[in-house]
Design a protein around this ligand. Structure first.
Ligand code: NAI
Length: 341
């Protein structure tokens, strides 16, 4: 079978995870090129990932005609432009979430994506490729908990990252807590319910690092969502988790409930010692979603080879970002926001 030559842009926290998988764990995939403005990251690509073609300029990498697919793991504010350029150069594109940070630019980008229907486009909502989330989705669709009434979803990052986030918050271009983190929970709510979000009310509090107030960033935020069929969505997002990386989702139906990762278990080990009964927890996203990242990367390559489009598409990127931006605005203005379609 053909091997797909991939060029990756961005080799930071997540880029290194994707880079390693694409180089070593994904069949029919060759990590052929890498782009980063940081010399050390290109050295990493050459020495650790075996990449021979390295670029400091994205515009040069996309000119390489041998590259069939681009993997975008750069800062969120760059995604839209990099997606458009890659599509216009005839490449298949995988982009990390969020698809972008500005709705007008996202709409323009989505139109470009859909104007190249033969090129695969996929967005990095990897939770949909996690075994437990897939299991819950199947149970829901089989009617195991009746009709859905509430979805509650948490995404709380470990406190270890908060100090450096506070330091670099202004420059991080994250799009704010809701676009950066809750976007996964928003996508799950849309995915599980097959509904769009109609109204949101978001609130937040900076307790551990009040200085985040001045930067317009949040340490902890929450939002209440009303979906088109009146299903209730509840989000909590944070950056100050003491026990590890806490991603948990609950579905309440008319005939039962499902909880995914009620305890963010690292493995099946239980420690019994002088502290009592201890369950080790996942400490970060690469650990918790290790297999989900591999599954989504495999799906991207499979779709290219099969000439199919993945389930997670450009519209999912647009709709989830609309909701995230409405949450951010709702928090800033302390008002309920309607989402316009
Ligand atoms: P990072 O800051 O650690 O890495 C960013 C990378 O982009 C670095 O390699 C940097 O050198 C590179 N870069 C910066 N400017 C560039 C430019 N002009 N051209 C090319 N490369 C450039 O960020 P991180 O945490 O790896 O996040 C990257 C993206 O992945 C973000 O959009 C983020 O939202 C997303 N992400 C998704 C996660 C998930 O759960 N699916 C988890 C973490 C991040």
């Amino acid at each position: 079978m053909e091997t797909i030559k991939v060029g990756i842009v961005g080799l930071g926290r997540l880029g290194k995870v994707h880079g390693e998988n694409l180089a070593y764990n994904i069949p029919n995939c060759e990590l052929y090129a890498a782009c980063s403005p940081v010399e050390e990251e290109l050295k990493f690509a050459k020495e650790k990932l075996g990449v021979t073609n390295v670029y400091t300029e994205y515009s040069e990498m996309v000119e390489d005609k041998d590259i069939q697919a681009i993997f975008i793991v750069s800062p969120s504010g760059l995604h839209c432009e990099q997606i458009r350029i890659a599509m216009e150069h005839g490449k298949h594109v995988f982009s990390e979430k969020p698809i972008g940070l500005d709705i007008t630019e996202i709409e323009r980008t989505v139109a470009v994506i859909y104007s190249y229907p033969k090129q695969v486009f996929m967005l990095g909502f990897m939770r949909r490729y996690d075994e437990s989330y897939q299991y819950a989705k199947t149970m829901l669709e089989e009617g195991a908990i009746g009709e859905l009434t509430v979805i509650r979803s948490y995404g709380i990052d470990p406190k270890e990252g908060l100090e450096s986030f506070v330091k670099f918050a202004g420059a991080s271009n994250s799009g704010g807590l809701f676009a950066d983190m809750s976007i996964h929970d928003i996508d799950l709510i849309r995915w599980f319910s097959n509904q769009e979000v109609k109204r949101v009310w978001a609130i937040g509090k900076n307790t551990a690092y009040p200085e985040l107030d001045a930067l317009g960033e949040l340490e902890t935020g929450a939002a209440m969502l009303q979906l088109t069929d009146k299903t209730i969505g509840i989000l909590v997002a944070g950056r100050n988790c003491y026990h590890g990386y806490h991603v948990e989702t609950e579905l309440i139906g008319t005939k039962g409930m499902l909880r995914i990762a009620q305890i963010p278990e690292k493995n099946l080990v239980t420690i019994m010692n002088e502290q009592g009964i201890v369950r080790p927890c996942s400490q970060n996203f690469p650990e918790r979603f290790k297999q989900a990242f591999i599954n989504e990367e495999k799906e991207f390559i499979r779709c290219i080879l099969a000439g199919e489009q993945p389930e997670v598409n450009a519209n999912d990127g647009l709709q989830s970002t609309k909701v995230a931006i409405a949450c951010q605005k709702s928090f800033e203005e302390n008002e309920i926001m309607d989402i316009l379609y």
